[in-house]
Write a protein that binds this ligand. Structure first.
Ligand code: NAP
Length: 283
């Protein structure tokens, strides 16, 4: 069975459209997401613009604040402070990667935690450790949302996550733990990964290498969520060897049309959630 991320995203967007209108009707302004983009990374520019278009199509608003490649740390921090203090700014995110001379952690601390839409402020990652998921990062949430939309049981399942970054692997491990799964995190120094994947019920792969997860590494009942986004000969592919795995495993997400499709809609949904909360209401 293919876990269709586009279908899940459409369902999320239908909910957003309805509630975005409700927000506007009640408060006389559109919920808005402000993105800071520093430098000239082409993929970030495309992603920020497509997010802005989606926001507008759903009845929300937003702005991309494009800052010069040579911006100083304090310039970016001041911009974040300014946006954080504005009442008509409900969501804030900083596009990655930042230019090398900027310290990511220092900058992200200046996103108002209540306006954070992608779990970027380290304090929101800290809350996640305590089981508070209000501002968890979007990619890990997309993985969980797909499983939940397809009613896949998570409690007591053996989960293997191949990625240990603060953006994907670590927060995702917390989301799985909060749902009573038993989690193993793998990375580039893990020995005999296939021994772990073969024993796992759910496998999340986010390595950044095409065809990393192969048929012989998984059991037939397993569920594979492919977070990878790789460009091969002008085509986007994931980290799983989809064509062979799709005939073996119980469920798998495609790339494109899987986890990535849900990630953007969750960022937009989080903006709206933040907006309602800032007005003392629940989304
Ligand atoms: P990253 O920072 O390079 O992290 C890759 C992770 O994979 C690291 O934890 C690394 O281990 C591990 N790894 C690398 N080689 C490995 C190997 N041979 N065996 C086992 N583990 C290995 O990349 P990222 O930013 O997390 O992104 C990973 C992939 O997900 C990329 O394709 C990216 O485009 C995609 N992505 C998708 C979304 C989405 O929304 N769909 C969001 C973010 C990223 P070490 O820690 O030991 O280096």
């Amino acid at each position: 069975m293919i876990l269709d991320g586009k279908l899940v995203a459409k369902k999320i967007e239908a909910g957003i459209r309805e509630r975005a209108k409700e927000f506007y009707d009640n408060f006389g302004m559109k919920a808005s997401l402000h993105t800071i983009l520093v430098g000239n990374d082409e993929a970030s520019k495309i992603y920020a613009r497509s997010k802005l278009n989606s926001l507008k199509n759903l009845g929300m608003d937003g702005e991309i604040h494009h800052m010069d490649e040579n911006s100083k740390e304090e310039d970016v921090i001041n911009k974040l402070k300014e946006l954080s203090s504005k009442k008509d700014v409900h969501g804030i995110m900083v596009e990655m990667p930042l230019p090398k001379h900027l310290k990511k952690e220092k900058i992200l601390l200046n996103i108002d935690p209540e306006k954070d839409v992608d779990g970027q402020n380290p304090s929101n990652l800290g809350l996640l450790m305590l089981g508070i998921e209000d501002h968890a990062p979007s990619t890990p949430r997309a993985v969980i949302r797909i499983l939940e939309e397809y009613n896949v049981p998570i409690a007591s399942k053996k989960v293997c996550i191949i990625n240990r970054t603060p953006v994907v692997g670590k927060p995702l491990a917390m989301l799985f733990l909060n749902r009573d799964a038993t989690v193993t995190i793998c990375h580039s120094k893990t020995l005999n990964i296939e021994k772990i994947t073969l024993e796992s019920d759910i496998i999340v792969v986010a390595v950044g290498r095409p065809n990393f997860l192969k048929e012989e590494m998984v059991k037939a009942e397993s569920i594979v969520l492919d977070v990878g986004i790789n460009s091969v000969n002008g085509k986007i592919v994931g980290d799983a060897d989809f064509n062979s795995l799709v005939n073996k495993v119980a469920m798998i997400t495609p790339v494109p049309g899987g986890v990535g499709s849900v990630t953007t809609s969750l960022i937009i949904e989080q903006t709206l959630k933040n907006a309602f909360r800032q007005m003392g209401k629940i989304y």
